[in-house]
Design a protein around this ligand. Structure first.
Ligand SMILES: Nc1nc2c(ncn2[C@@H]2O[C@H](COP(=O)(O)OP(=O)(O)OP(=O)(O)O)[C@@H](O)[C@H]2O)c(=O)[nH]1
Ligand SMILES: C=C(OP(=O)(O)O)C(=O)O
Length: 218
């Protein structure tokens, strides 16, 4: 059995995603196209960085949005339809089941799709620090979760949602707390976006937000 991880990454349909960031890409105009493009850019940066991380064998988005599926395919990233369509944890359980059908011994992890500053080396270091055990990485506030990884031979058993770090700890997933700011910086609000921009956004989010970042909103 290998320590390497197959990652499932949930991506909501773009028109429903990142509601707390509505208007962030266009100075409050809240254009749906600009918003969807920003949500997609965040996911593209996350998935491309994850695919390059040491210790990651496979990366699969779980999404029912055809625009996301085709944009990711163009980047060489595979997707699985979110067939349950019953929320985040069901989507992750479904993805984990599908990956385990391909390889019953696969070690499964779940990564949030909104980590646009993610550095592959930081994700790789966190996975290495898990040493094959069930573990999770809290977000920078310490309450949410950006990465959950099953122990060797174990189930993913995802408990994402409010206070998910405590919920994951309660299932035996110990807290991974290294110096990995890009892995801990999930982006839900404009303030998160500024923190991510200071760390260095990936290419897709950076391009999408360049004009905004150069010229702050009046
Ligand atoms: N496939 C799938 N992904 C989901 C679902 N719900 C949430 N996600 C994803 O899970 C992560 C966390 O989701 P949330 O915090 O609930 O939503 P969000 O889109 O990030 O932001 P808000 O709309 O501001 O709450 C994001 O990567 C979402 O795209 C779902 O039902 N299906
Ligand atoms: C769902 C979660 O994250 P967020 O709402 O911050 O995206 C979580 O941290 O479990």
């Amino acid at each position: 059995m290998s320590y390497e991880v197959d990652l499932v990454v949930p991506v909501k349909p773009l028109h429903r995603a990142k509601s707390r960031l509505l208007g962030a890409a266009d100075c409050g105009r809240r254009d749906p196209g600009a918003h969807a493009a920003l949500a997609l850019a965040l996911a593209k940066d996350t998935l491309t960085a994850a695919a390059e991380a040491p210790g990651v064998r496979r990366v699969v988005a779980i999404t029912s949005d055809p625009e996301v599926t085709s944009a990711l395919r163009a980047l060489g990233v595979e997707s699985i339809p979110d067939e349950p369509d019953s929320g985040l944890n069901e989507a992750l359980r479904h993805g984990a089941r599908v990956l385990r059908e391909t390889d019953p011994l696969a070690r499964i992890g779940a990564l949030q799709a909104d980590l646009p500053a993610l550095r592959p080396a930081e994700l790789g270091a966190a996975l290495a620090a898990s040493e094959g055990r069930r573990a999770h990485c809290p977000d920078r506030q310490g309450t949410g979760t950006t990465l959950l990884v099953a122990g060797l031979g174990g189930e993913l058993d995802p408990r994402f949602g409010p206070d998910s770090s405590a919920a994951h700890t309660a299932t035996g997933a110990f807290r991974l707390l290294g110096d990995w700011p890009s892995l801990r910086c999930d982006v839900d609000t404009e303030e998160d976006l500024e923190v991510a921009a200071a760390l260095g956004l990936g290419r897709h989010s950076g391009e999408r937000l360049l004009a905004r970042l150069r010229k702050p909103c009046p």
